[in-house]
Structures are given as structure tokens and as C-alpha cells.
Design a protein around this ligand. Structure first.
Ligand SMILES: [Fe+2]
Length: 397
């Protein structure tokens, strides 16, 4: 349940859904109000009215006098709280995006500001806890694959944009471009865009119209920046001219178009909702690296590879203990030592609950330090690691 309050009623422990100021004017502040300092910052930013969510935070009466200490930064409790928050934010943005796209389906013309809020939430969380957010970016929330794909591409795009040190406005535009990149699919029949399995020739031709339809829709919106149009219009263009709708070649494709193509291809490969079997995340990057320079821009691909590390979230790993694990969080300081969920016991039987661990650090009842022997492919296993992450990570870590 949501409740309107004033800034004078705001207290630590509340969960803020929205304010009278746009998210972009309040960069990167926490939705879970942690302390008085955050309240002071909001007051300084001229926030006067807010909407709080009583299911996710405390109510006005409860909050007054609330002195429950926040977990120590970096402690297991704090890490778990951050991971839960990342999953909540993704779900929340997914729901808002679904509502936005239903408006588009109904023929309404949305404004850029409507997308600002979702991207602002993602940006906020990415700056707060980047690695948990990267983990949730590989998860699907529902059968509405377009919405999931758009939200997850926005997370990936913001990640890459952050690594490029884009300024706030450029980052917001990149996140919005990714969120809206498949907007044209809202104008196509749901049976085609949500179809599981391979599309027929005519369905494929129908689906390809989504790029031009998306561009036409952006044309109805006011003052859409060129970078957003480039991203939306060129996300299926390959360097060798074999893409669509324009069959553009290398120099004809903008930098944002090249990045859009790389991000879009990666998310599609690890899910392959409408085009055959999925590939594991590391395998997807390897496939793309083989086609760098022919289909994918090498520089854009490197940006993504550098963000995801050698063991992207969802990669299945064989450990030196003989246990099987799935990577869930890259470790930028030590790329070879990601955080993992260990799926099996030492005797090879599956654990009831995966064991969170960091490669190279002792964990579990045996206090064992594990190393990676080799990554595995989906063919080596009879499960999809993304299903494991959806069920247990990162919120179980
Ligand atoms: Fe697309």
C-alpha cells in the first residue's frame, strides 16, 4: 500500500516510491531511507511531498523513534540487504515498464520523462550496488519477454555507460534508449513477440518491422535525442551489412548503434526466446568475439566483456573441489575470483540450498578455499544456470 507524506514526516526506515521532483534531479539517492543525512539531502533538493510504500518500508507512526541500527557496511547482512534491494528494484522497474508499454500498446504517446523514472531507479541502484544489479540483469521476470529484455538491456547499457564515464545526462539517455529499443514490438501481435521457439519465415518478417515501427513511434514523442533514435533504429544492424532494417555497413552505423547491437545480441543469445537454444553467458561472449569485426564492433564488444569479466553471471563452473557452481557476481578487483553459488556437495550430490562463496576465500561447513578448474557449457549440464539464479541468487547470497 502506498501513502502520501510530506518531507517533515519522512523518517529513516521508510521506502520512497516517488517525490515531487523528478528522479534525475535527485541522482542516486536510496529509496530505502537509511538515515537523517539522506532526508536532509532530499530537503536540500527541494523535495516537499513524497509517496512511500508501506509494504517495503515503515509507516509514519512506526518510523518515529525507530532506532533499529542499519547493518554494518560490507557485513553479510548488508550484502544480503543490497542483493534483495537489487532484485526488488529490477522487479519494480519491470512492473513500471510493463505499465508503460501497455500504454504504448493502447496507442498512447508517452513522454521521455515517463521513462526517466525507471532508468533513474536503475541508475541509482547501479551506483549503489553495481555487482548485484549486474547479476539480476540476466534474469527473466515473466513470460512478457520484451519487457524483461528491455529492462535488462537498460541495466547492461547503464553498466557499460558507467564504465565509459558518461556524464549523467548521457547515461540517462543511454539507459532510456535501451529501455525503449524494442518499443516497436508493442505494436505487433503478442503471439509473435512472446512466442517460444523458432519463428516461421513470415513471423520473422513481421517481427523485423518492430525497428521501423519503433522509430515511427519515437517520431511522435517530443524532442527525442538523436542518440536514442540511433540506438533504437540500429540495434539489429551488423557491421557487414547483413542486419536490418537498413543493411547498414560499419561506418554507416553510429557508435550507439554498434553498442546497441552488441548488448542486444548478448541478451538474446543467453535467452534465445524466439530463435532456438540459449547459450551460456560466457559461451555467448565467446561466440560474439569470434564474430568481432564481421558482425560486432570490437570496441563496443570489449566494453561489454570488460564489464562482465571472464565469468559473467550465469556461467557454470567446475571447481577444484569437484563441486559445480554458478557465477553470480563479477569481481572487478580480482576478475578470476567471482562470487559463486555452489550447487553440489563434495560427493557430487546437489545441495538443497546453494552455498554462496567467493572463489579463493574459505566458505561452507568444510571451510574450504575453492578455485575454478574450468567453465562448463549448457550441454555439459541438464539445467539452465539462469533458472538457479532466478530461484536462489543474488537474494540468497
Ligand atoms: Fe529488437
Amino acid at each position: 500500500m502506498q501513502k502520501k507524506i510530506t518531507i517533515d514526516q519522512l523518517r529513516p526506515g521508510m521506502y520512497v516510491v516517488s517525490t515531487n521532483r523528478s528522479w534525475i534531479s535527485l541522482p542516486f539517492f536510496r529509496k530505502n531511507i537509511p538515515n537523517q543525512r539522506t532526508i536532509d539531502k532530499l530537503r536540500k533538493a527541494k523535495v516537499t511531498d513524497l509517496v512511500i510504500d508501506l509494504n517495503k518500508g515503515v509507516d509514519v507512526e512506526v518510523a518515529i523513534g525507530n532506532t533499529e541500527p542499519l547493518p554494518e557496511p560490507g557485513s553479510p547482512a548488508a550484502v544480503q540487504k543490497q542483493a534483495e534491494q537489487a532484485a526488488q528494484i529490477q522487479t519494480m522497474v519491470f512492473q513500471q515498464t510493463a505499465e508503460l508499454m501497455e500504454e504504448i500498446r493502447a496507442g498512447k504517446v508517452i513522454t521521455e520523462e515517463q521513462a526517466d523514472q525507471q532508468v533513474g531507479l536503475l541508475m541509482d541502484q547501479i551506483f549503489e550496488d553495481p555487482q548485484s544489479m549486474l547479476c539480476v540483469s540476466v534474469l527473466r521476470n515473466s513470460d512478457e519477454v520484451v519487457f524483461d529484455h528491455c529492462v535488462n538491456l537498460s541495466i547492461l547499457a547503464l553498466f557499460v555507460g558507467k564504465s565509459m564515464r558518461l556524464d549523467e545526462e548521457a547515461l540517462l539517455n543511454l539507459g532510456k534508449a535501451a529501455l525503449l529499443h524494442d518499443i516497436g514490438k508493442c505494436m505487433l501481435p503478442k503471439e509473435i513477440i512472446n512466442k517460444k521457439g523458432r519463428l516461421t519465415q513470415s513471423e520473422q518478417e513481421h517481427l523485423r518491422q518492430h525497428v521501423d515501427r519503433g522509430l515511427a513511434y519515437l517520431g511522435k514523442m517530443k524532442n527525442v535525442p538523436a542518440v536514442i533514435r540511433d540506438f533504437v533504429g540500429q540495434h539489429h544492424e551488423f557491421l557487414d551489412g547483413s542486419g536490418y532494417p537498413g543493411g547498414l555497413r560499419g561506418p554507416q552505423i553510429s557508435d550507439y548503434g554498434k553498442l546497441a547491437c552488441v548488448l542486444n545480441a548478448y541478451d538474446e543469445k543467453i535467452h534465445r526466446d524466439s530463435d532456438g537454444a540459449a547459450v551460456d553467458p560466457r559461451g555467448a561472449l565467446e561466440e560474439m568475439q569470434e564474430q568481432a569485426g564481421r558482425l560486432y564492433d570490437p570496441e563496443a564488444l570489449k566494453l561489454l566483456v570488460d564489464c562482465l569479466g571472464p565469468y559473467p553471471p550465469g556461467t557454470i563452473l567446475m571447481l577444484d573441489s569437484g563441486e559445480m557452481a554458478v557465477a553470480y557476481e563479477p569481481n572487478p578487483n580480482q576478475p578470476e575470483a567471482p562470487k559463486v553459488l555452489i550447487l553440489t556437495h563434495l560427493d557430487g550430490t546437489f545441495r538443497d540450498q546453494p552455498l554462496p562463496a567467493q572463489i579463493g576465500q574459505a566458505a561452507g561447513e568444510e571451510n574450504l578455499v575453492r578455485e575454478i578448474v574450468t567453465p562448463m557449457t549448457l550441454e555439459d549440464t541438464n539445467f539452465n544456470p539462469l533458472d538457479i539464479l532466478a530461484k536462489y541468487g543474488p537474494q540468497s547470497a
